[in-house]
Design a protein around this ligand. Structure first.
Ligand code: HEM
Length: 141
């Protein structure tokens, strides 16, 4: 009996995910809406958290869970103003990263499909920036 190969292994394991988040955060750093949302000036720790989460999700090491517990991603995004504009910007950055990975079409579609659905699920406000969960529901404009 051979072990089934995980999607994590299929697409190249740690090196692929490392590169994916590296390209993604390089794009985030250039985005005037996304960059200010990150609490830390250094995006390195956020990149590590996203990488560990994605690695675990796709059947790789479970370091994310060991360090961060249950993902509860929607809840963890509540402090941030994730409106459709932020979502589209996030997806644009991720698209650049996925393109860079040059995966075979089937794997690329599998990964992209998930990322798109996850990004849509993360939207937590349709209010303009300054009104919404991050502002405690109070307008700050
Ligand atoms: C839709 C647009 C999104 C925006 C604007 C956004 C923004 C953010 C921000 C500002 C943080 C805090 C940075 C930090 O970790 O210190 C964060 C954390 C995180 N995000 Fe997102 N995110 C989005 C979608 C997603 C999606 C689709 C996923 C997963 C597929 C994801 C996974 C994560 C993870 C794993 C963390 C770290 C959670 C933890 O604290 O353990 N995000 N995100």
């Amino acid at each position: 009996m051979t072990e089934p190969v995980s999607f994590y292994d299929e697409i190249g394991g740690h090196a692929t995910f490392q590169r994916l988040v590296e390209v993604f955060y390089r794009e985030v750093a250039l985005d005037p809406v996304l960059k200010p949302m990150y609490p830390e000036e250094d995006l390195g720790p956020a990149a590590d958290r996203l990488r560990m989460f994605l690695e675990q999700y796709w059947g790789g090491p479970t370091t994310y869970g060991e360090q961060r517990g249950h993902p509860r991603l929607r809840m963890r995004h509540m402090p941030f103003h994730v409106d459709p504009d932020a979502r589209d910007r996030w997806l644009r950055c991720m698209r650049a990263a996925v393109d860079d990975a040059r995966l075979p079409p089937i794997q690329e579609a599998t990964l992209w499909d998930y990322l798109e659905r996850a990004a849509h699920a993360m939207v937590n406000t349709f209010e303009p920036s300054g009104i919404g969960p991050d502002a405690g529901g109070r307008p700050t404009l």
